[in-house]
Design a protein around this ligand. Structure first.
Ligand code: SF4
Length: 282
């Protein structure tokens, strides 16, 4: 770990070509492997990734200086190379029933909505997966917008983190009962057309040492992307990815209204549930 009595990460800190504030990679939204790789790049020991994970995803830290279990030198090294940033909240509206709608703006100027719906027994966060949508469900305003891009896993995770910021839900100030108890992927976009990023984001959200949302409290809604339902049930290792582009270039024509497709969708959904039940009782 040390070279001439100095930690390796100090060597990088002392390099003249430190990234500017805007160029610093953001650690918020990285999965465990990516976070470990970033820290290895600055010469930090492997256990540091677990410490950072705790501060980012369990405590919701937005400033390295607050990570008091890390040495001051290491905190300074992190701050010199990395950011802990969230998207900006460009608008926040609260309805009379307490529903709170947040409009989030990402670094490239694109915006999505995240909605928190409080109920007596639970609090549900409706999360977006794309900017715009390729589908055109007749009841949906997003369906009138063109698809701009998929959200990254980090941008999907950030919606959960911003909601917890907004509700003041991070420990130690958090109320005894959690406020964001459930997540539904029913915001902007078709989540199964952004399968990889959604799957990576949910892995982060479900991690028991971080945001710790139970899989049973997360609902993914689809308009009927049949091949991806099987992929979600079995995972890419147990079932090959369907052939073809990950993101269709032509608009899908109202999948949910095509009955043959719907029947296959129901079969796949039943298949998904059988696999999940089998896993539960293993
Ligand atoms: S898939 Fe979802 S976001 Fe897209 S148009 Fe249909 S309801 Fe709207």
């Amino acid at each position: 770990m040390t070279s001439g009595g100095r930690p390796h990460y100090m060597c990088r800190v002392m390099q003249p070509s430190m990234p500017s504030r805007e160029q610093r990679p953001n650690l918020v939204g990285l999965g465990r492997a990516a976070l470990a790789a970033e820290l290895a790049a600055v010469g930090a020991e492997p256990f540091r990734a677990r410490q950072l994970w705790h501060w980012i995803y369990h405590r919701g830290a937005t400033d390295f200086a607050l990570m008091t279990s890390l040495s001051k030198t290491f905190r300074e090294a992190l701050a010199a190379h990395y950011a802990l940033s969230r998207p900006a909240v460009s608008q926040a509206l609260t309805s009379i029933d307490g529903t709170r709608k947040l409009l989030l703006r990402f670094a490239d100027g694109q915006e999505v909505e995240t909605v928190y719906i409080p109920e007596e027994e639970r609090g549900t966060l409706c999360v977006s997966s794309q900017v715009g949508c390729t589908l055109s469900c007749t009841f949906c305003h997003t369906g009138t917008q063109r698809l701009v891009r998929n959200l990254t896993a980090a941008e999907i995770v950030a919606q959960v983190m911003i909601a917890r910021d907004d509700l003041g839900e991070w420990p130690p100030a958090a109320q005894p009962e959690r406020q964001v108890t459930n997540i539904v992927l029913m915001g902007m976009g078709e989540p199964l057309f952004n399968y990889d990023n959604v799957a990576e984001a949910l892995k982060i959200v479900m991690d028991p040492e971080g945001l710790a949302l139970s899989r049973r409290k997360i609902t993914l809604s689809t308009a009927g992307v049949v091949p991806a339902i099987r992929l979600a049930a079995c995972g890419p290792r147990r079932h090959p990815r369907p052939a073809g582009p990950a993101q269709p270039q032509i608009p899908y024509c109202r999948i949910a209204r095509r009955l043959p497709q719907l029947s296959r969708c129901q079969q796949r959904a039943a298949h998904y549930l059988r696999i999940r039940d089998a896993e539960r009782y293993q």
